[in-house]
Design a protein around this ligand. Sequence first.
Ligand SMILES: [Zn+2]
Length: 291
Amino acid sequence: MSADPYAFASQAAEQIVKGMGVTALPINPCTIAEKREIVVQAKPVEDKGCSGMLVRLGNDFAIAYATHLQNEGFENFSIAHELGHYFMPGHVEAVIQGETGMHLSRAGFNSGNKYEAEADRFAAGLLMPRHLFFPAIDRAGEGLAAIEALATLCKTSLHATAIRYTQCARDPVAIIVSRGGVIDHCFMSEALKQLDGIDWLKKREGVPRNTATFAFNQVPANVEHGVRQEETSNLQHWFGGKRHIEISEDVVGLGRYGKTLTVLYGIDLPDPEEEEDENNLIKSWTPRFKR
Ligand SMILES: [Zn+2]
């Protein structure tokens, strides 16, 4: 896996936060917009067309953001995404044609478009800058509970917080977003990517049938009502490989978003030497039948 191609976008946002002297979470993207005299306006709830838009009138800019999900975290993310288009070099020219015009966005970490992906990463860095987010992670505990605590602290959506969490966590953790039996996307922490015998869950791959997430997604009301479960699972079920190790699997419905968030953590691998000893022990105790 190559280095993260969009890391510079969240770093650019972190520099802006630092430069504005913001020293505590949550970061209010409207305050940052105000400092640049950008007008920020809520779109009517009925307007479900896009997550947000950046409007340009010569040298003046305005941001409108969607409110139909009625989720403050999603709204902050949408505003921060538009700020990404405003601040990132080359974006305004690329996403708005001419001196007057507008750009419509679909924020949310699932875009193949370079500018949308950069704006999403900018938003994550702006609302959860590492110099403030790292210490918060250390205090947050683990699993879904940690992500919920961080989302409350940062006023960000569970989904965006979960993704940022895997980018910053020191422990082996993964988050999976699914709909029904299908995996929409998956993010793993560096520590998990570096484990031997771990396969990437590929986009559009099925949710493994013998997991709590699969059972959870069989009941649509679980997703709609934001039901929350803390279960256990097996490393092998999710990632293949040879290790049959019990792990924690927390699952929560994302409500109007229509998807499910799964957090896999508590992945305590035996250290490689111990594992080797154990394998040798098993071998030495396995009877061999020779003819
Ligand atoms: Zn956009």
